[in-house]
Design a protein around this ligand. Structure first.
Ligand SMILES: Nc1ncnc2c1ncn2[C@@H]1O[C@H](COP(=O)(O)OP(=O)(O)OP(=O)(O)O)[C@@H](O)[C@H]1O
Ligand SMILES: *[C@@H]1O[C@H](CO)[C@@H](O)[C@H](O)[C@H]1NC(C)=O
Ligand SMILES: *[C@@H]1O[C@H](CO)[C@@H](O)[C@H](O)[C@H]1NC(C)=O
Ligand SMILES: *[C@@H]1O[C@H](CO)[C@@H](O)[C@H](O)[C@H]1NC(C)=O
Ligand SMILES: *[C@@H]1O[C@H](CO)[C@@H](O)[C@H](O)[C@H]1NC(C)=O
Ligand SMILES: *[C@@H]1O[C@H](CO)[C@@H](O)[C@H](O)[C@H]1NC(C)=O
Ligand SMILES: *[C@@H]1O[C@H](CO)[C@@H](O)[C@H](O)[C@H]1NC(C)=O
Length: 458
């Protein structure tokens, strides 16, 4: 029995040694050994190295690429295990064109570039002139060690992006590791390209679009609270950590994410402090502030997203439900699971037309099926509208559109299109008089009977 144990231990060591021998140039072994820094720098380097290793092991565990026993012997994960098939590599990076700066933060810089196949992607790397590097160099005076420290953050982010697969997490298309010296690793993450989240711009979009952003955020937070790594908190939670891809919200900055709930000895240690409010969380028997990560994310969603995007110009019928959501999340009376339910309720009521019973409104209108207006003549403005020059809104039914039109003296007609918004509502233009009509099977024009509108068929 004992003999077999020794044998299998030896076998495992051999496998581990074999794995180590296939380290690609991209991974230096125990990189902190190359730096002759003071104690504090070495400690930090070791800490981040250990942290990254944990993320890499988690990733491989999820992918089931390497047997569990082998992983415990590994100090650094061979690159070939990290790569997923059909992802971009350094080779794709060589042929990239049209490089252009898009953004930078404390640690990283992001460029836009075009692949050989014509697709645009985002390239993320360590920001050599960023404040993270600057502060570190000022403190330790070692440029290459500081670069390594910052690179650990990017590597952790890359690992997390691979572990967390959700529509609300930016997609990693590939990664490139290049090293000119054992201590000098240049890492580039190749990501799905997004556009920055402009809150001011979002405030000018229809409520339905703003609700979509909040709903996508809630779904992301539900996933993060129940992720393969446990409950994950985004420690640095601000709109600038998110981008929009095809109108959908995605988190792009994950280097400040943590999968550990804070440790504690007493409830006092778990106080979750925000500028305007502090929440009390109980310290569990195992010495963790259980639930802290989920609460932190949810309150941040409330203060940075919901307060700005949710109540503003919401449909009257939804306002009580939304007020409830604001109240419950603002005081953390509910967790993310109940928040998901509350959003689903809102969505359900919204999709079902908010019990609209305005069919009688339609009696005043003549319907011209298969027509639309030619050009933008006769438009008037309303706010917030899907377009800037006119009044383009979503409606559940012609009856709802008629109700809107009846409440506005300048409105004489509306044109419903077959085109639907993400909730399935119909995009509808509201216009004054003087309509020039053209045939189009995907539209229906509704003209108010009372009063006259100068209609011309073109
Ligand atoms: N995939 C992407 N597509 C488009 N822009 C992006 C993408 N990823 C990041 N950006 C932009 O680049 C900026 C910097 O990226 P990132 O937030 O990852 O860097 P950082 O150094 O961690 O920043 P911070 O100081 O906010 O922590 C972001 O604020 C964002 O506007
Ligand atoms: C949190 O606890 C402190 C004291 O431990 C107390 O003063 C405060 O009122 C509590 N806050 C809430 C929201 O319960
Ligand atoms: C929630 O409602 C209660 C009671 O009306 C109120 O005291 C509290 O301030 C509200 N909280 C938020 C965050 O709106
Ligand atoms: C929340 O929902 C997830 C599944 O959607 C479930 O696994 C988890 O236990 C729920 N959490 C709570 C606190 O109910
Ligand atoms: C809509 O009508 C249904 C059934 O008639 C009712 O149960 C629901 O509470 C109503 N919702 C609103 C928001 O009025
Ligand atoms: C109407 O919509 C359908 C489906 O989107 C499209 O295939 C068709 O070409 C449209 N008709 C016109 C006249 O644009
Ligand atoms: C639409 O309007 C343009 C000019 O605004 C005109 O040239 C064109 O003939 C019109 N089309 C129809 C079908 O009336």
């Amino acid at each position: 029995m004992k003999g077999r144990l020794i044998f299998s231990a030896v076998a495992l060591m051999l496998i581990a040694l074999y794995l180590k021998s296939c380290f690609p140039v991209g991974f230096s072994y125990k990189p902190f050994l190359y730096f002759q820094q003071n104690q504090q720098m070495r400690r930090e380097m070791k800490e981040r190295h250990k942290d990254l290793l944990y993320f890499h092991q988690t990733l491989l565990r999820i992918k089931e690429a390497v047997p569990e026993e082998v992983m415990t012997y590994m100090e650094v994960i061979p690159m070939r295990y990290m790569e997923a098939p059909q992802t971009l590599t350094c080779k794709d990076l060589m042929y990239i064109s049209g490089l252009d700066f898009i953004g930078s933060g404390f640690t990283k810089v992001v460029m836009k570039g075009t692949l050989l196949n014509g697709k645009s992607i985002a390239l993320k790397s360590v920001h050599g002139e960023g404040n993270d590097m600057k502060q570190c160099v000022q403190q330790y005076g070692d440029h290459s060690a500081c670069h390594r420290l910052a690179t650990y953050k990017l590597q952790k982010e890359i690992a997390l992006l691979q572990i967390l697969r959700h529509p609300g997490v930016i997609q990693l298309h590939g990664q490139c590791y290049v090293n000119s010296a054992p201590s000098d690793i240049r890492v580039t993450a190749m990501l799905e390209l997004g556009s920055p989240l402009e809150m001011i711009q979002l405030l000018q979009t229809p409520w339905e679009e703003r609700f979509k952003i909040c709903w996508e955020l809630v779904q992301l937070l539900h996933y993060l609270a129940n992720s393969p790594m446990g409950s994950i908190a985004l420690l640095d939670f601000q709109p600038r950590q998110f981008v929009l891809v095809d109108g959908s919200l995605k988190v792009t900055d994950m280097d400040d994410a943590t999968s550990e709930e804070p440790t504690c000895r007493q409830d006092k240690d778990c106080a979750l402090a925000f500028p305007a409010k502090t929440f009390n969380i109980t310290c569990s028997k195992t010495g963790r502030c259980t639930g802290s990560n989920e609460k932190r994310n949810l309150y941040n969603a409330y203060r940075f997203f919901f307060t700005y995007l949710l109540p503003h110009t919401a449909p009257t019928a939804l306002q009580p439900l939304l007020q409830d959501i604001m109240n419950m999340t603002g005081d953390l009376h509910i967790g993310i699971n109940d928040t998901v339910k509350a959003f689903e309720d809102v969505l359900h009521v919204y999709k079902s037309g908010m019990n609209d019973s305005h069919v009688h409104n339609l009696h005043d209108y003549t319907v011209l099926k298969g027509y639309r207006m030619n050009g933008t003549d006769g438009e008037f403005r309303c706010w917030p509208s899907y377009n800037h020059q006119g009044c383009l809104l979503s409606v559940h039914s012609a009856a709802e559109a008629a109700q809107f039109c009846n409440a506005r003296p300048q409105c004489r007609n509306f044109i419903i299109s077959e085109q639907r918004t993400w909730t399935g509502r119909f995009l509808t233009s509201f216009t004054k008089n003087s309509l020039q009509l053209v045939e189009d099977e995907n539209y229906s024009v509704f003209v108010k009977r009372s009063g006259h509108s100068d209609m011309q068929e073109g």
